[in-house]
Write a protein of this length. Structure first.
Length: 81
């Protein structure tokens, strides 16, 4: 979201808001829309971190092409696997 692959993290709610405002003006939504890979990637970061919170903001046009995989990724993250 920050637009900087070497530093993709936001600090606090103001950082999330700033990244969202930047992304919404520069990101063009188009398919295919596969969320499972990014959910699993961010979950791996979050599981390796201690005493940190991670927020994954997903922007979509509503057409998720890997819906079953996305559901399974969310269930896996919620279960803490």
């Amino acid at each position: 979201m920050t637009g900087d692959p070497s530093n993709p993290f936001c600090s606090g709610v103001p950082g999330i808001e700033a990244a969202y405002c930047k992304a919404i003006t520069s990101v063009q939504l188009w398919g295919p829309t596969n969320f499972a890979p990014i959910i699993n990637h961010v979950a791996a970061f979050a599981q390796a971190a201690e005493n940190q919170y991670y927020v994954l903001l997903i922007l979509t046009d509503g057409a998720i092409t890997d819906l079953n995989d996305t559901k399974m990724a969310i269930i896996k993250v919620q279960a803490g696997s």
